[in-house]
Design a binder for this molecule. Structure first.
Ligand SMILES: O=C(CO)[C@H](O)[C@H](O)COP(=O)(O)O
Length: 206
């Protein structure tokens, strides 16, 4: 199991500091959507240079013009870029094709997807990696819940999970064997983010 640190709603300096402080326990550095909107592709380039050995995910949340946006993120240095699961099949196919051409990966964000049929369609289009995700705004009604795993049960998809995950909720999520645990605010909001990243990592299966 891998730990992904989501860097959201932060300055560039803070993103770099957090990535540096937690690098011992974090496997994937996620550059959050808002951070990309603020700094553009330059922050992906900079993080690539600063953390050459880490997997970098650009949370582009692409939903159209997929070929162009996937190219932007991967050429800037991301290993993985995100595309929304509700996008047109044409966008999903273009994204997968472009990622294959450039040697990167697509993570399909299943935010607000409620039908297993859509997940199966995505798999049949060639999708391999998805994230089960409760969005920031929906978290006022509840954080990530393991019922969401129903969407990917019985598939061969690699599954990431995200949405307000913390030290209390993580152990029961881990029981469901996701491949990637995405955590943002629970780490980035701490006075000692390194300690929290270490604590969360210790709950993950090897
Ligand atoms: O993609 C995101 C928001 O759209 C976040 O990166 C993801 O939800 C993880 O952050 P947090 O743990 O703070 O919810």
């Amino acid at each position: 199991m891998r730990l992904q640190l989501a860097l959201d709603r932060l300055s560039k300096a803070r993103c770099i500091r957090l990535a540096e402080d937690t690098k011992q326990d974090v496997d994937i550095i996620e550059i959050g959507t808002g951070v990309i909107k603020e700094y553009g592709m330059s922050i992906i380039r900079e993080m690539r240079e600063l953390f050459p050995d880490k997997t970098i995910l650009a949370d582009m949340k692409t939903c159209d013009a997929a070929k162009h946006e996937v190219k932007q993120a991967l050429e800037a240095g991301a290993d993985i870029t995100t595309v929304m699961g509700f996008s047109a099949d044409a966008s999903i196919k273009d994204a997968l094709q472009e990622a294959e051409k450039l040697g990167g990966q697509i993570m399909i964000d299943l935010l607000e997807i409620q039908s297993k049929q859509r997940v199966e369609e995505l798999a049949s289009l060639g999708v391999k990696l998805v994230s089960l995700h409760v969005g920031k705004d929906q978290q006022s009604k509840g954080s990530f819940h393991k019922d969401l795993f129903k969407l990917t049960e019985g598939t061969n998809l690699t599954v990431a999970v995200a949405g307000g995950i913390n030290a209390e909720s993580l152990p029961s999520i881990v029981e469901k064997d996701p491949d990637i645990i995405i955590v943002g605010s629970t780490i980035t909001g701490q006075e000692n983010p390194q300690k929290m990243a270490g604590k969360l990592k210790s709950y993950l299966k090897k």
